[in-house]
Design a protein around this ligand. Structure first.
Ligand code: SF4
Length: 99
């Protein structure tokens, strides 16, 4: 699933610079995540970094947009063609493998 920001967001902005894909921006009511750029941090981190830093825990999996690791990793490589060879899957770089 891509990650989404719920209406509980307090617009603190802490999450925005943490996203490796620049998928987070300020929306009309709250900060928002562009699902076309969200990889749930697969390829970079073992956990979604927005969820890690959010003070009100409002970065959550979008139940209406389930996506598997293969798709998310493919997207990460497409977004970062210059780093594609360096991206990898493992406990530190995919929430699907994190313990
Ligand atoms: Fe909203 Fe959480 Fe991001 Fe702050 S860290 S802007 S509360 S989603």
């Amino acid at each position: 699933m891509s990650t989404m920001i719920t209406e509980e967001c307090i617009n603190c902005g802490v999450c925005e610079p943490e996203c490796p894909n620049e998928a987070i921006s300020e929306g009309e009511e709250t900060f928002v995540i562009n699902p076309a750029l969200c990889t749930e941090c697969v390829g970079f981190h073992g956990k979604e970094q927005c969820a890690e830093v959010c003070p009100v825990d409002c970065c959550v999996p979008d139940p209406n947009n389930p996506e598997d690791e293969e798709l998310l990793f493919k997207r990460a490589k497409e977004i970062h063609p210059d780093q594609a060879d360096g991206l990898e899957l493992g406990p530190e770089t995919s929430r699907f493998r994190a313990s």
